[in-house]
Design a protein around this ligand. Structure first.
Ligand code: SF4
Length: 179
């Protein structure tokens, strides 16, 4: 029996909705785990990525830790996939790109409505925010883009099964939507 394909997944500046959508393949996950073995992923809680065939990235790049994790995935994964609108274009977190970072922090932690004990967090454990939120292809080379917010479970299934079978990806138009 041939070795299983090793897959890693992570969420950068995302909402985990794309990971929820992966679970929306429902019972097909039983067929998937016959083909693949999950490495670092919220699904396994493995924290360090090993050598992988496929990396699925949810979320854009908003802070220094996101850059580090993304580069680590690129180093370890033969194929890297931007999954969902945030990874592809920055998505909702990138709405802050219209404003200066200092103004975002002041609004969020000092002057915004309903704030008690105002003050911008300054703990060295907290990753430093970048001035802008970036799509992942601005930081590393990306091999595939799987659109949607999130991509549906059916779209993820189509993508994975065709990719793993070595076929061209042929997402039907009905599987491309953003709700
Ligand atoms: S693309 Fe949509 S579902 Fe996926 S992480 Fe971004 S906001 Fe969440």
């Amino acid at each position: 029996m041939s070795a299983k394909i090793k897959v890693a997944t992570t969420s950068l500046a995302g909402c985990f909705g794309c990971h929820m959508s992966l679970l929306d393949i429902d019972e097909r996950i039983l067929a998937l785990v016959e083909l693949v073995e999950f490495d670092r992923s919220p699904l396994t809680d493995i924290k360090q990525i090993g050598a992988c065939d496929l990396g699925l990235i949810e979320g854009g790049v908003a802070n220094a830790e996101n850059v580090e994790v993304l580069r680590d995935f690129r180093r370890h994964c033969k194929i890297l996939v931007a999954v969902g609108a945030c990874a592809i274009s920055g998505g909702i977190p990138a709405m802050r790109n219209s404003f200066a970072l200092a103004d975002c922090l002041t609004e969020s932690y000092v002057t915004g409505i309903g704030i008690h004990n105002p003050g911008v967090p300054n703990d060295p454990e907290i990753p430093l925010l970048l001035n802008q939120v970036h799509p992942i292809h601005e930081v590393v080379k990306v091999d595939y883009f799987l659109p949607g917010c999130p991509p549906s479970g059916d779209a993820i299934w189509t993508f994975l099964t065709e990719l793993l079978a070595g076929q061209p990806i042929s997402l039907p138009y009905t599987q491309l939507h953003y709700d």
